[in-house]
Design a protein around this ligand. Structure first.
Ligand code: 5AD
Ligand code: SF4
Length: 451
């Protein structure tokens, strides 16, 4: 009888990619994915611990799974990802109904762990290697495991590096994902080629800090920097769209910025987290750039690619942030006029330096600052989106149902249109933008642009 697995993914694209890998590994052991946790024999929570709230969500879902397990004692529950890596066996203490805890670099052991549980060799399984160096095998296994016979999605993430060496004072990632390791160029090329051969049209290169790709590379003597890697991937025939995430302003090179001018398939969208607009705060965050440098980079980027959509991440209420510091963040928002941003109230994370800082900002003040920032960003996003009105833009189709079609622009804007069409996900089409909202655009199918 076939077994069913439900995987719930929290957090970033790195986790989404890891969930895909787990799904493929489990398919080899006969597990079929289901969309509802109540239909599952195995529930995996692939967790995120970047902010306190993300972690709370995991524990509250685990709470609800406890009830499900009471009525379904054979249900297996696994916790994977960053909370698993961070908390290790503490999870069993807090949530005794959990059967498996699997760290960020141990995904490949999951089928083996399940096998031992099924054979009742152990009551629980755990595999996290917090103390050891994070290793390279996950990269090498990706190629073989990536189910070449299954129909491909039209877009895929390709991991180019893991971990982070920046040690921003608020960030848990070096603890949960380890030191930075770059994946060998040949592996990346091979995986991109494999994906394109399977019909993938859009590739997103993934890493915590892609700009330092190749700088720390214990496995391959690899002189390639990120800009060269990007050029190499862009040149693979069949890569219609190319994206990458995430960047750190301190390592953003002119050569990389010029790729937005020179590579036609590189999408004009840049996620460039600033975190704060005050140099004093940036310094205590251990970000190695100033607001002035950030603004210069934005200007340079726009000189090579005037239409580029720049988005950012912002933390408000970092310990010691004064009203004046916060005003500098607001000022930066006005100067850059980001197309969009993700903004968060600062929260303490385990093993981070800022958790030890004593000058914490009150919750209420953090809330007010967040609201202030977000309402201004919303207004700017709307104005930015209105710039698209009456323009004819190419979109890649994401879905097409009887209720309408959804596509995405290179600048990463969602466009809804209702013109009947038989376009399929991954196809390209031209649309004329007729309405602009804060979070998406509306349009009508237009005749193709003459090339
Ligand atoms: N508190 C609040 N936000 C945080 N981020 C990372 N760590 C924290 C923290 N301790 C935010 C940053 C980062 C995004 C992924 O999450 O803005 O870019
Ligand atoms: Fe969350 Fe960071 Fe882990 Fe991604 S790497 S899942 S954002 S904690």
């Amino acid at each position: 009888m076939s077994k069913h697995v439900y995987i719930k993914t929290f957090g970033c694209q790195m986790n989404e990619r890891d969930s895909e890998i787990m799904e493929q590994l489990l398919a080899q052991s006969g597990y079929i994915p289901v969309a509802d946790q109540t239909d599952a024999d195995l529930v995996i929570l692939n967790t995120c611990s970047i902010r306190a709230k993300a972690e709370q969500k995991v524990f509250s879902l685990l709470g609800s799974l406890r009830k499900q397990k009471q009525g379904q004692p054979e249900l297996r529950i696994a916790v994977a990802g960053c909370v698993a890596q961070q908390e290790g066996k503490q999870i069993f203490r807090r949530m005794p109904h959990v059967d498996i805890v699997v760290g960020t670099q141990q995904l490949y052991q999951l089928p083996e762990m399940l096998g031992r549980l099924e054979r009742k060799e152990t009551a629980r399984e755990i595999s996290c290697n917090l103390d050891k160096e994070f290793s390279i095998p996950p990269f090498q296994r990706l190629l073989k495991d990536d189910a070449p016979n299954q129909p491909a999605d039209f877009r895929k993430f390709v991991t180019i590096m893991q971990g982070c060496n920046n040690y921003c004072s608020y960030c848990v990632v070096p603890t949960t994902r380890g030191r930075e390791i770059s994946r060998p160029v040949a592996d990346i090329r091979e995986e991109v080629q494999l994906q394109v051969n399977r019909g993938v049209k859009e590739i997103t290169l993934l890493g915590q800090n892609v700009n330092s790709y190749g700088c720390t590379n214990p496995v391959a003597e690899n002189p390639t920097g990120f800009a060269d890697l990007l050029k190499m991937v862009a040149a693979v025939p069949g890569v219609q769209r190319l994206r990458f995430t995430t960047s750190n302003p301190q390592d953003l090179s002119t050569e990389l910025m010029q790729c937005f001018r020179d590579l036609p398939n590189l999408c004009p969208h840049f996620h460039l987290p600033v975190q704060a607009g005050s140099n004093a705060v940036l310094k205590r965050m251990h970000r190695k750039y100033t607001r002035e440098l950030y603004l210069e980079k934005v200007e340079e980027l726009r000189s090579y690619c005037p239409g580029i959509a720049i988005c950012t991440d912002v933390i408000v209420g970092f310990p010691g942030e004064t009203e004046d510091d916060f005003a500098l963040t607001m000022d930066l928002l006005e100067r850059v006029r980001f197309h969009g941003s993700f903004s968060f109230k600062y929260s303490d994370r385990p093993h981070t330096r800022s958790a030890e800082f004593t000058d914490k900002v009150e919750e209420q003040v953090k809330g007010e600052r967040l609201q202030h920032f977000q309402s201004r960003q919303d207004a700017i996003s709307l104005e930015r989106n209105q710039e698209f009105l009456d323009k004819k833009i190419e979109v890649m189709i994401e879905s097409n149902t009887s209720t309408g079609t959804q596509g995405r622009t290179g600048s990463n804007h969602i466009v809804h249109f209702s013109t009947p069409t038989n376009l399929r996900p991954g196809d390209l089409a031209w649309v004329t933008i007729t309405r602009a909202g804060q979070h998406s655009l509306k349009g009508e199918l237009a005749p193709p642009e003459a090339s």
